[in-house]
Design a protein around this ligand. Sequence first.
Ligand code: FER
Length: 285
Amino acid sequence: MKKLILIKRALCFVAALLFASSTFAQQEIVKQSQPGFDVVRADIPHGKIDTINYNSKTVGNSRKALVYTPPGFSKENKYPVLYLLHGIGGDEKEWLNGGTPQVILDNLYSQGKVVPMIVVLPNGRAMKDDRATGNVMAPDKVAAFATFEKDLLNDLIPFVEREFPVLKDREHRAIAGLSMGGGQSLNFGLGNLDKFAWVGAFSAAPNTKKPEELVPDPEATKKQLKLLWISCGESDGLLSFSKRTHEYLAEKGVPHVYYIEPGVHDFKVWKNGLYMFSQQLFKPI
Ligand code: FER
């Protein structure tokens, strides 16, 4: 009799666990990517990539961006949005060409590891000629990466929110990027916490503002942030920009993830960054 009660109790416990895990998309410990995470699979549903053209009052022309809608996308649903930014040598196609984010995310969806979201891949060089040609380090081109803050907030985000079925509050908007795009994500994300609750920087570049400028009011930042992710390759020449940000945040007690992995300044690190960051997005923390 006692045995039966124990078995019943154990079954109740298992049922409760199953119920809890299926009801809430809780944060689990995310591990780094394993071989195959970026390999196309024919046996799973795939998301879709489209090019959009939006009118930019900031730049004074029509600008391009790519949009990835997840497998099973439906206009009847509403989705959170990740803005995913490129580096100094790239444009709106850099992630697609070098990082195959659609493959990484399709594979994660097939394992139920990501919340369905729309990913917008903008061109973060906000100037009339926004191609990555000539000297990409020219001062006007570097300055255009800062100008993109206005283009993003005043032109692109409103366009996306008019044209796509998206959730429009800060808790359903994320920004992340590689290198220059990582610096932009920290600058724009932490600088506009009324717009972004989830911020990720992979190998952030020297355009990253100084920590005291990024987070002038640590208490306010703590209250608003859902996730701040900073990753970098340990042999990346730009590691110091991630490190100084991390050290300041640690000193001020601002929760964040600081993930240093073997590697240099390349897509191996950035793809793993997207793999790990995306799985944490838009889930209860
Ligand atoms: C720099 C070194 C690297 C710099 C930018 C970068 C603006 C950006 C690298 C990248 O986006 O990959 O001095 O100055």
